[in-house]
Design a protein around this ligand. Structure first.
Ligand code: SF4
Ligand code: MSK
Length: 654
């Protein structure tokens, strides 16, 4: 199949994705006359004014569309300037992103409370060691207390993450002291998530906060309330309840679907429903039912971020990232797709209808018109999961669609955590980040980069992620990954130790010695907090400065699309990380607000934003920043490589 006429012209499916399996399904969808997001993304020409955030619809005197170069369109009807409008729009985006993660975290905290109080019977506290460590990290004395006592105290402490009106968010205690002092001095220490999001919304009402500098403070507090708040609560309590991941071999891509099995995909962000499905598919009753319908068994696979989380924790196969969630239904082999919250495209309904797939929403906060809603209740998981299984098995038994599954699977190692990084470098008894810091100081590792985030049909799916990461590792930069980006690289085959030769000589040497890939997958987008904790641990280990902004580190979301991504970007910047966004950025270059984001914040001692579309340009920017930090630390001279001798190897591996 060659070029296809879309609404805006001919475009080759090959220009829409670099994922071979998704490409095959896009071509099939076009043959079948079904439109996917990958083509809609090409056809949709975004409003050029909205794309740079130069419009405001905060009141009905407008909407106002600004053009700073046109003297008659320099301000809105109320007189709001471009800087006010950009800052208010950005603030509301960050508030929505932070609210999403905090709502997720609050829900996970509720489940934790249900376990403590004995109301939730189907889940338990799995990782008591992590419970103890997390409790201690927020100042809870654990000696002599039993598990439930510690859990109860931890719950009560973490509840403040959401409900505090004054004071400091509990997990901010884990940040380097110099950074916390800076947040206090600048008045941006997050208090409680609810108050931060509420204040962000109230400040951006017409006629309220109209100074972009002042708005920036609340934007930062709202973002920090995500990274050091709800997201961190979600990650840490999920580990405590469902188990802390450790490196696991897992399969990725559409080839994980099995033609002769009942295929159920779980897609979304919260792990509880997925864990419930995992328990249910082993029920012999349903296995027998599936066999009676002619299937060899039940095949449960993940997609998007809950998929990444379950793959990290349990090695559950993963069928693809955000850019493939519509395309996978074109296989005809998906008997049910079960979804919870966030990044669930409404377009799934129509594709599911075309391919006779059950699309089942399960969360009270995320209904979709046209989907079947079967609510998931943690106190009675089987009420939902049994109905899902019955529907999927029945669909298998009466499959009408021709099946075409791309036979593409990549194996990779997933499930790294900040705890495991500490352990793999320092060993069981003296787990430590010191060997990592030493390898950065001696120059084998040039620096560390977080490459994270979504895919976006404005650009060829996965292409920027893969090119960027290849360029970074080639330059001895160790890459940490989460979310849909991790799946892009897994599909490209880089999450295996055998990818070490693609790295520069220093990084390759470390990877080969320790036996790790040059690209470490840390889980879902909410798990970006693992990177914050790892960065804090690097500061605490010593030798690389006093705060995260001193580290030779940088971050990037090269194919971002969500408001959560903006909140994540801002919390990384305000934690000290240079953060580059690909595709574009919602602000006009050289406005005062833009300059504050892209330069001013760094002058205040934080990180800063950057943007570029080309992956090689992004890599250059990130590496230049890493080198700048190496120079400031006085470790730029030691980057000529030394051959490792046996004692070096022992240092690395012990
Ligand atoms: Fe226009 Fe001001 Fe109303 Fe925004 S708040 S729509 S800029 S009048
Ligand atoms: S799912 S926010 S597309 S990473 Fe977390 Fe992926 Fe981005 Fe959604």
């Amino acid at each position: 199949m060659g070029n296809e006429k879309t609404e805006t012209g001919f475009v080759s499916a090959k220009d829409r994705t670099s994922c071979e399996a998704t490409l095959q399904m896009l071509e099939k969808a076009r043959r079948d006359g079904v439109t996917l997001d990958l083509d809609r993304g090409y056809d949709m020409k975004p409003c050029p004014i909205g794309e740079v955030s130069a419009c405001c619809k905060h009141c009905y005197m407008g909407p106002c569309r600004l053009n700073p170069k046109d003297p008659y369109k320099k301000v809105g009807v109320c007189g709001a300037t471009i800087d006010t409008i950009e800052a208010r729009n950005f603030g509301r985006n960050v508030a929505a992103g932070s609210a999403s993660h905090n709502d997720h975290g609050r829900h996970i905290l509720g489940l934790f409370k249900g376990i403590i109080e004995g109301r939730v019977k189907d889940f338990k506290i799995e990782d008591t060691l992590k419970l103890e460590r997390v409790a201690q990290s927020v100042g809870i004395e654990t000696a002599g207390k039993d598990v439930l006592e510690v859990a109860k105290e931890l719950h009560d402490e973490l509840e403040k993450t959401f409900s505090n009106v004054n004071g400091e968010m509990p997990f901010t205690k884990r940040a380097p002291e110099a950074l916390r002092e800076q947040w206090r001095k600048d008045g941006i220490m997050p208090r409680g998530a609810m108050v931060e999001v509420m204040e962000m919304m109230s400040r951006t009402h017409i006629g309220c906060d109209q100074d972009y500098n002042s708005l920036m403070k609340q934007i930062s507090r709202t973002a920090l309330a995500d990274g050091w708040g709800g997201s961190m609560v979600a990650t840490e309590l999920s580990d405590i309840m469902f188990g802390t991941p450790s490196p696991t071999l897992a399969e990725v891509n559409m080839g994980v679907l099995k033609e002769d099995h009942v295929n159920i995909i779980v897609h979304g962000h919260e792990p509880a429903m997925f864990e419930g499905m995992l328990a249910a598919v082993y029920d012999s009753f349903y296995i027998e039912q599936a066999k009676a319908a002619g299937a060899k068994g039940i095949n449960l696979v993940g997609m998007c971020c809950s998929g990444a989380e379950m793959m990290s924790r349990h090695g559950i196969p993963h069928a693809g990232n955000f850019g493939s969630t519509e395309a996978i239904m074109v296989t005809g082999a998906v008997d049910a797709m079960v979804v919870d919250i966030q990044c669930i495209k409404q377009g799934l309904v129509e594709v599911a209808r075309c391919y006779d797939t059950h699309l089942i929403t399960t969360n009270s906060r995320a209904h979709i018109e046209g989907a079947t809603h079967i609510e998931f209740d943690e106190m009675d998981p089987r009420k939902c999961t049994d109905q899902v299984l019955a529907k999927a098995i029945a669909r298998f038994g009466s499959r009408k669609m021709p099946i075409e599954i791309p036979k593409i699977i990549q194996k990779g190692i997933h499930g790294f955590t900040h705890e495991y990084i500490e352990y793999m470098l320092g060993g069981t008894f003296r787990g430590s980040y010191t060997p990592l810091n030493d390898n950065i100081i001696n120059g084998r590792i040039r620096g560390v980069a977080g490459v994270v985030g979504c895919t976006n049909p404005k650009v060829k799916q996965d292409s920027i992620h893969v090119e960027l990461v290849k360029e970074l590792i080639k330059n001895d930069v160790l890459v940490l990954q989460t979310g849909c980006s991790q799946i892009s690289l897994a599909k490209a085959g880089l999450l295996v130790p055998e990818a070490a030769p693609l790295a520069g000589p220093g990084l390759a040497e470390v990877c080969e010695t320790v036996g790790i890939p040059p690209v470490l997958g840390l889980g879902s987008c909410v798990d970006n907090t693992r990177i914050l904790i790892a960065a804090s641990a690097m500061v605490k280990a010593g030798g690389l400065g006093n705060t995260i902004a001193d580290l030779p580190a940088a971050g990037c979301a090269p194919e971002w699309m969500s408001e959560k991504a903006l909140a994540i970007g801002q919390y990384f910047v305000m934690s000290g990380v240079y953060t580059v966004f690909g595709i574009g950025f919602p602000a006009i270059k050289d406005t005062k607000f833009y300059n504050l984001l892209f330069d001013g914040l760094e002058k205040q001692g934080y990180g800063k934003w950057g943007t570029a579309a080309d992956p090689h340009e992004i890599a250059k920017m990130m590496i230049a920043h890493i080198d700048k930090k190496r120079k400031a630390l006085g470790i730029d001279k030691v980057r000529e490589r030394t051959l490792v001798d046996m004692s070096d190897r022992r240092d690395l591996a012990s």
